[in-house]
Design a protein around this ligand. Structure first.
Ligand code: AMP
Length: 362
């Protein structure tokens, strides 16, 4: 079976690495020739709206998926006329617009930060009054890794934030003084079966994920049930196929949904070593129409993203149960170039070891 993948970044690379043992083969499509999948699989380089490529790309493919949620919707629709595209394009569309995403979350009974969509400065000023400060001004579309958002701490930040982001549709959100950030990853197969990974605790700096702890410590049954029930509702509503991630804030012991990603997720990289079936394998099983594997955790993991620069490989491998994943990308400030998963029977020593790694790469 051959799977087409829109996007050829590290998520695509890890999908291919999970798919080869199952006999899957891949064709990637990415605008950048130096993509992390370049040495690994057939890579078609071009713009996503190149009609010539779009007409050739599906030849011989059994299904198409994507590893990047900013893939333009129209080309995906075009491809879906020839070969099934999973997750469904409706999920891609919802996730690309913070307004439709949060509106859907609320409609399905999930709390979000208060939000107001705005196009004009007048609307912005009114929104600042109704939501109050602090607040976060975000672009509705094309935001990732903290890009396209500005924190408004006080009135003095209001006008400069507008100057930074104006010109595109925006959304103002109330600032959530959260206790911690959590994510829930789940997979749904073509037969409607759903498996849920444990909740993961995530620490971000500068809008970029730095560290994940899995399973999240001190997680009540209530939190787990709320997160999993919401993922089930969302997946069933979207007739979803594949892996879906929702990121939450935890405040006063309750969950507030921030955003969804219709794809495998950085906060699920630990599943390669720390779950019975990795998120990458389960995504492919779903896309291929095969039964899903167990999403249960095996032991504990702390995953640390390598941002900007790489530590010497022997230093990492000298740590007990450290699993290094390099993405084949050149070092550059702010860029995710790899990750390390520390595995163990209990989280305490892993957290201790991860502190050294965080400070050495930050
Ligand atoms: P996002 O692009 O929405 O995922 O935001 C990236 C990160 O910025 C989040 O993981 C949070 O750490 C922070 N953030 C975003 N929105 C808010 C908010 N409304 N309140 C507090 N922190 C936020």
């Amino acid at each position: 079976m051959k799977i087409g993948v829109l996007g050829g970044g590290q998520l695509g690379r890890m999908l291919a690495l999970a798919g080869y043992p199952l006999g899957l083969r891949f064709r990637f499509f990415d605008p950048v020739p130096e993509s992390p999948v370049q040495d690994l699989a057939d890579l078609v380089v071009g713009r996503f709206d190149d009609l010539d490529i779009l007409s050739r790309f599906p030849d011989g493919l059994d299904a198409i998926t994507y590893e990047f949620e900013n893939v333009p919707v129209e080309p995906a629709r075009h491809l879906a006329r020839r070969v099934p595209v999973y997750p469904p394009i409706e999920a891609l569309e919802v996730s690309q617009d913070r307004l439709s995403e949060k509106t859907l979350f609320n409609a399905l009974g999930m709390a979000t930060a208060p939000f107001v969509a705005l196009d004009t400065y007048d609307e912005y000023q009114q929104a600042v009054c109704s939501i109050g400060l602090p607040a976060v001004l975000k672009t509705r579309r094309l935001g990732y890794d903290g890009k396209g958002q500005v924190l408004l701490r006080s009135q003095a930040d209001v006008a400069p934030a507008w100057q930074t982001l104006k010109g595109v549709p925006l959304i103002l959100e109330g600032f959530v003084a959260f206790e911690r950030e959590l994510s829930q990853i789940a997979a749904r197969g073509r037969d409607g079966a759903i498996v849920c990974y444990p909740l993961v605790e995530n620490y971000h700096a500068g809008g970029i994920l730095r560290r994940s702890i899995a399973p999240a410590p001190a997680t009540s049954d209530d939190l787990t049930n709320t997160a999993q029930a919401f993922l089930r509702r969302l997946m069933e509503h979207l007739n979803y196929i594949g892996v879906l991630t929702v990121e939450f804030f935890q405040k006063d012991g309750r969950l507030i949904a921030n955003e969804m990603a219709p794809r495998v997720h950085n906060s699920g990289h630990w599943t390669i070593e720390g779950a019975r079936t990795s998120q990458f394998e389960n995504h492919l099983r779903a896309v291929a129409g095969w039964p899903l594997g167990s999403a249960d955790a095996v032991g504990h993991c702390v995953m640390v993203n390598l941002i900007g620069t790489l530590p010497p490989t022997p230093d990492v491998l000298a740590l007990s149960e450290a699993h290094l994943h390099l993405y084949g990308k050149a070092e550059r400030p702010g860029r995710k170039v790899g990750h390390i998963t520390l595995w163990g029977e209990s989280p305490g020593p892993l957290l201790e070891a991860s502190r050294g790694l965080l400070s050495s790469v930050d």
